[in-house]
Design a protein around this ligand. Structure first.
Ligand code: GDP
Length: 218
C-alpha cells in the first residue's frame, strides 16, 4: 500500500496560529540529527518535503503537510483544497541543538509541550530516535508530556543500517523495555510501540507506513 503524496500546508510559530482543521494529525518529534527529515521525506515519498523546514530560522517552527488534499492546479498557490485533506503530517522542531539557548529554547519547549499535550486533532506521535543512541532527556520529556493524553506513540529507531543483527535486536528490545516501563496509576501500560527503521536501506518502511495510516484511521 503506497503512502500519501504529502504537500506543504502551513508553518506555525505560535499556538494561536495552529490551523483550524478537523482532520487527524500525526506529529514527528525527535532529537536534531536523529533522521526525522529523512524519515518524513521517505515516508511521504517526497524528496525534499521536510528539508525546506530545515533552513536556518525555520527550525523552531511547526510545519504541517497535508495528505490526500486534491491538487487543484499546478499554477495556483492555493493548490490544496482544504476540505479534501484527509490528514495532516506535522514536523515538530528538532530538539537538542546546543546553539539554541535562552528564550529561544524556552519558546520552542513551550510550543512543543503545549502542542503535544493540548492539540485535540493530534492522533499520535512518532518519536524519531537514533537506534545507536539511548533516549535523550528530551525524548523522555516527550513521553512524559504525551503519556497523560492516553494517545499512542510509535518510535522509529532510525539508522538501523548502522547496526548488525545482534545490535539491532538489542536496540529494539531496550527501547521496548523502556516504553513498557511507563504505566498509569492502575498499572496499565501506555500504547507505546517501537520498530527498527532505515531510510537508507528502506528497512521497516512498510511497517511504519501501515502503522501511521492505522494511527490516522486511514
Ligand atoms: P533530522 O535533524 O532529525 O531531521 O535528521 P536528518 O534527516 O537531517 O538526518 C541527519 C543525518 O543522518 C543526515 O546526514 C542523514 O543523511 C543521516 N541519516 C538519516 N537517516 C539515515 C539512515 O537511515 N541511515 C543512515 N546511515 N543515515 C541516515
Amino acid at each position: 500500500s503506497q503512502l500519501w503524496q504529502a504537500r506543504f500546508f502551513t508553518t506555525v510559530n505560535h499556538l494561536r496560529d495552529l490551523p483550524n482543521t478537523q482532520v487527524p494529525e500525526i506529529a514527528f518529534a525527535g532529537r536534531s540529527n536523529a533522521g526525522k527529515s529523512t524519515a518524513i521525506n521517505i515516508l511521504a515519498n517526497q524528496k525534499k518535503l521536510a528539508f525546506a523546514s530545515k533552513t536556518p530560522g525555520r527550525t523552531q517552527h511547526i510545519n504541517f503537510f497535508s495528505i490526500g488534499g486534491a491538487h487543484v492546479g499546478q499554477h495556483r498557490k492555493d493548490a490544496t483544497k482544504v476540505d479534501e485533506i484527509r490528514a495532516l503530517l506535522v514536523d515538530l522542531p528538532g530538539y537538542g541543538y546546543a546553539e539554541v539557548s535562552g528564550s529561544a529554547k524556552l519558546h520552542w519547549q513551550a510550543l512543543l509541550g503545549d502542542y503535544v499535550q493540548r492539540r485535540e486533532q493530534l492522533a499520535a506521535l512518532v518519536l524519531i530516535v537514533d537506534s545507536r543512541r539511548p533516549f535523550t532527556d528530551l525524548d523522555i520529556q516527550m513521553l512524559e508530556w504525551f503519556a497523560p493524553t492516553g494517545k499512542p506513540i510509535h518510535c522509529l529507531l532510525t539508522k538501523a543500517d548502522k547496526l548488525n543483527r545482534n545490535e539491532a535486536t538489542n536496540a529494539l528490545r531496550a527501547a521496548r523495555t523502556l516504553l513498557d516501563s511507563y504505566v498509569d496509576e492502575e498499572g496499565q501500560s501506555f500504547p507505546f510501540t517501537a520498530q527498527l527503521f532505515s531510510s537508507l536501506k528502506r528497512t521497516g518502511l512498510e511497517e511504519a507506513n501501515d502503522k501511521i495510516l492505522s494511527l490516522l484511521g486511514l
